[in-house]
Write a new protein. Structure first.
Length: 161
């Protein structure tokens, strides 16, 4: 019974994701993470931010190498001066790369605006499965510095080919 409920929750999250993505383009199978690999809590986190930011690349748990090109769309309110910061951290949270995404259109809107960014990072010395894990953190730009204006989307990734 619990397994059926878990499957239904994952399907509901994916349908919601498709609804948000489908507003601007038809999704492809490359847009969707594999439900057999991506934990439900990660999918829930991604879905909880889908009305603010949608990352097309990289996909959750995708393999990345340096430099990484990130693409997606974010509401204009996610940007400040047409950009927002991105951090790449290793498995224990150490920042190994920083950069920013640039708006590919007029960012002074509340609508979605496409973004692209290239981030170089120091690939960790991979030692076992933990060493291959990391996270890309897409941070809402917050020039005020006030905590109540902070927000972020975290996408788990793996390092290597």
């Amino acid at each position: 019974m619990g397994k059926i409920v878990s499957i239904l929750v994952v399907l509901a999250v994916l349908i919601g994701f498709l609804f948000v993505v489908g507003k601007n383009r038809m999704p492809t199978t490359d847009d969707l993470p594999s439900t057999t690999e991506v934990p439900a809590d990660v999918l829930a986190h991604i879905q909880s931010k889908a009305n603010l930011i949608v990352v097309d690349s990289p996909v959750p748990l995708g393999n990345i190498t340096s430099p990484i090109v990130v693409r997606g769309k974010a509401r204009g309110t996610w940007y400040f001066e047409a950009s927002f910061p991105i951090d790449i951290v290793n498995w224990d949270g150490l920042i190994i790369g920083q950069g920013h995404a640039e708006a590919q259109g007029d960012w002074m809107t509340e609508e979605f605006v496409p973004f692209i960014g290239t981030i170089e990072f120091t690939e960790p010395a991979i030692q076992g499965e933990l060493g291959k894990r990391g996270t890309i953190i897409f941070r809402k730009d917050n020039p005020s510095g006030l905590a109540e204006h902070d927000d972020a989307l975290e996408i788990p990734i793996t390092f290597g080919d």
